[in-house]
Design a protein around this ligand. Structure first.
Ligand code: CMP
Length: 137
């Protein structure tokens, strides 16, 4: 069954600094995810800590927050049929070493930290994450 959804995508510092934003956005558009809004920004470590607070008990949390705040990023609201799972399919596995051929992380990811993109993992979290960056409900 298809349902029209929105999800949040982040083009992370490693991809942004290699000028991969346009290539990544073209993958979304080619796969019927439209870009409703986009914004370039450079967040603080405190903002990254708030965004990733679900991971606060993980051993990699501090490193993760340092990384997301280390340089400019681009955040996107993607919309389309089953946008949450479609985006996750297009991104590929968290660790680029395990990402399937043709996925964004297989094409561009460098490591489990520098894995080029983030995508919401559920419709509920997508709403929270979109609201975090765009302050809309
Ligand atoms: P992301 O989808 O942005 O969500 C959390 C991030 O934590 C994940 O991508 C990875 O970049 C990062 N991360 C770092 N180490 C790990 C790990 N061991 N397991 C899962 N995620 C990790």
């Amino acid at each position: 069954m298809s349902s029209l959804e929105q999800t949040l995508s982040i083009i992370k510092p490693d991809a942004y600094e290699r000028n991969l934003s346009e290539k990544i956005k073209a993958i979304f558009i080619k796969n019927n995810l439209s870009i409703l809004k986009s914004k370039k920004l450079h967040i603080s470590k405190d903002e990254a800590a708030e965004f990733y607070k679900v991971h606060q008990s993980k051993p990699f949390y501090d490193q993760l927050c340092n990384y997301l705040s280390s340089g400019p990023i681009e955040v996107l609201i993607l919309e389309g049929d089953n946008a949450v799972s479609k985006n996750r399919e297009l991104m590929g596995a968290t660790d680029p070493k395990n990402a399937k051929d043709g996925t964004i992380r297989h094409l561009y990811g460098i490591s489990i930290d520098k894995n080029s993109v983030h995508g919401s993992d559920s419709v509920e979290n997508a709403k929270i994450e979109i609201n975090f960056f765009f302050k809309i409900s």
